[in-house]
Design a protein around this ligand. Structure first.
Ligand code: FNR
Length: 186
């Protein structure tokens, strides 16, 4: 059966490098169905909003996560941490705490930056946050893309660096394998 991967981009910027990287990923394996899961329409998380039932945008967001075999987060780093918009989305997805749509969901994390550290700090935080909701984050492997502006064609909005393409390809294969072998321990 065709596997489905939901892509969540942690940047809302129109010409986001991370979105270009995510787009490149979606073109790497025709046997996979990639679905963009957008986070820009979500309200700021507020427990009061949950009281009368989730807002429509939150319901669709959670369904989109529930309906895929795995989630790939592709995100920048802000101030050595996870962007607020992504944290907001993950907080919504974490609820209700005992039956989060991210619980036991295989998740991969990718990040790109024009800087030199490849979003390492943000990725560590994202992993920790996802573990709090018992998501199954692909262990050991990381995709840290530094100096991303030198690896893409800004006009064409596409990834051109062959080494980065191979890096992503390998990670995608590892992630597909992770979806098949993710632990089922209670
Ligand atoms: C940044 N940027 C950044 N980069 C980085 O590698 N580490 C960091 O801590 C930060 N901090 C940071 C804070 C804020 C508020 C902004 C707006 C930016 C730079 C960031 O990597 C750059 O703007 C990327 O282009 C953002 O990713 P997208 O939008 O291109 O995907």
């Amino acid at each position: 059966m065709t596997k489905t991967i939901g892509i969540i981009c942690g940047s809302l910027r129109k010409n986001s490098y991370n979105r270009i990287i995510a787009q490149a990923l979606t073109e790497m394996d025709n046997s996979v169905e990639f679905r963009w899961i957008e986070i820009n329409g979500l309200p700021l998380f507020n427990e009061d909003l949950e009281m009368g039932g989730d807002p429509e945008s939150v319901t669709s967001f959670k369904s989109a996560i529930r309906d895929v075999d795995g989630i790939m987060i592709v995100s920048p780093e802000y101030n050595s941490g996870i962007p607020g918009v992504l944290k907001n989305a993950l907080d919504w997805a974490s609820r209700p705490a005992k039956s989060s749509v991210l619980s036991k969901k295989p998740v991969g994390i990718i990040g790109a930056t024009p800087g030199g550290m490849g979003t390492a700090f943000a990725q560590m935080q994202t992993r920790q946050i996802l573990e709090a909701m018992q998501a199954h984050v692909l262990p050991f492997q990381k995709v840290l893309i530094s100096q991303v502006h030198e690896k893409i064609d800004s006009e064409q909005q596409e990834l051109t660096d062959e080494k980065t393409k191979r890096y992503l390809q390998r990670y995608l294969q590892q992630f597909m394998n992770w979806i098949d072998h993710t632990p089922t321990l209670e």
